[in-house]
Design a protein around this ligand. Structure first.
Ligand code: ATP
Ligand code: MG
Length: 392
């Protein structure tokens, strides 16, 4: 029945003169997303993005297209030659299908793309509604314009006619690759994958860095992060993941500094390393999963100290979100199940029994002056490994 998908996009419609750049990017991204399931014809026609499909592939195609950032909804539709009688017939056919699936009330919504057509869109709806109601031969089915079980949209366009009922929601946002690149600090926890996803949704390409303390942390904890990156790559395409061992840094902090400052000090190293790798890789910002007050190191004072270690912007999309809402997003995007697998994290190894909750930057800097910061950072970066994670 369905032979075309309409990919609806929201915000890029308001980009004025640059609109076509966003649209073309979106088309390319949809094509790329669909590559894993086959060859599809994706094209733009009169300000709409369409994908040709058939009965056997439309369902899987919808699932792929709805994951493309920038897409607010996907409608499986029936496209036919431009013919008004055919439009009425097709509406009837689709309604029959919906009734067989349990719908009892319906509404016809019409759009007249061809302004020279004899009916206005309102007249079309009344005409088509009357036609389908008298041909449906089912006493239990009625029109309800306020709260229908199904809305059948009928479009009489310049080029062809379109009939559709459902819109499967997408995530919105902006097409990937339209807003530069950022380096995300990806731990194995719940928060950082969500933070990365939220920024990527705004069209930002992401690259990731993960810190571990191998052999103190095991191979499985790295595997978990690869798995999280892989889930993110479903949305973002292949992700470059930098694996950085910070064991020497943590030892050096443990041997030279106040125990209660350990977490803040190691965070500052993480930020600096992420910044240095990021800048080399043309990233314009860092991303973290921090949220005010969530843990001792994320108090206002804690974040201030962490932030002061770097000079490029740090995006913290979860800053004002409650854990419960972060979890909901994690479930929605598919990272939650992996994030909650218990593994040893590099931070938990050296975490102090009583961490400072109100660190003062001068004191943190004083502690840090006991360390050979530049040398520690250089060795960690020199030994880091870049992997490319992609979703097959
Ligand atoms: P998450 O759930 O993302 O691990 P969290 O609530 O456990 O976050 P912290 O452990 O305080 O918070 O970490 C704050 C942020 O620092 C993380 O969201 C992440 O961006 C970064 N981070 C922490 N540990 C690591 C790590 N091992 N590798 C990379 N980034 C890390
Ligand atoms: Mg963590």
């Amino acid at each position: 029945m369905y032979n075309i998908l309409i990919a609806k996009y929201g915000e890029i419609g308001v980009k004025g003169k640059n609109r076509y750049i966003f649209e073309n990017k979106l088309i390319r991204n949809i094509r790329n997303m669909l590559k894993s399931i086959g060859e599809f014809n994706v094209y733009k026609e009169y300000g709409r993005i369409y994908i040709d499909v058939n009965d056997s592939n439309y369902k899987v195609a919808v699932e792929e297209v709805r994951k493309v950032f920038g897409v607010v909804g996907v409608c499986p539709a029936i496209k036919r030659e431009k013919d008004y009688d055919m439009l009425k017939e097709t509406a009837l056919m689709l309604l029959r299908e919906k009734i067989s699936m349990g719908a009892k009330t319906f509404k016809i919504a019409s759009k007249r793309g061809d302004k020279s057509f004899k009916f206005t869109s309102q007249e079309m709806s009344i005409d088509i509604g009357g036609y389908v109601l008298s041909n449906i031969n089912n006493k239990d089915v009625s029109v309800d314009v306020r709260n229908p079980d199904v809305t059948i949209t009928c479009e009489y366009r310049n080029e062809h006619i379109l009939v559709y009922a459902d819109s499967i929601s997408g995530f919105g946002g902006l097409p990937l690759g339209t807003n530069g690149k950022a380096m995300t600090l990806l731990s194995g926890g719940i928060d950082s994958p969500v933070a990365s996803w939220l920024v990527a949704k705004r069209g930002v390409d992401i690259e990731a860095v993960h810190f571990h303390s191998y052999p103190f942390t095991n191979e499985r904890s790295q595997e978990k992060v690869r798995e999280l990156a892989k889930i993110l790559s479903k949305y973002c395409g292949p992700i470059k993941l930098h694996m950085v061992n910070i064991l020497e840094i943590q030892k050096s902090i443990a041997n030279n500094c106040n125990e209660e400052e350990t977490t803040i000090l190691s965070r500052r190293f993480m930020m600096r390393i992420a910044e240095e790798i990021g800048v080399k890789r043309y990233c314009d910002a860092l991303i973290t999963g921090e949220s005010i007050g969530q843990v001792a190191s994320q108090t206002m004072q804690g974040i201030t100290c962490t932030n002061a270690a770097v000079s490029i912007p740090v995006f913290r999309p979860l800053i004002a979100m409650d854990k419960i809402d972060i979890i909901k997003t994690a479930e929605n995007i598919g990272t939650y199940e992996t994030s909650i697998i218990p593994e040893v994290d590099c931070c938990s190894l050296f975490s102090p029994k009583k961490p400072v909750t109100k660190p003062r930057l001068e004191r943190i800097e004083k502690s840090e002056s006991k360390l050979d910061v530049d040398k520690l950072i250089k060795s960690a970066i020199d030994a880091s490994v870049m992997e490319v994670i992609s979703y097959e």
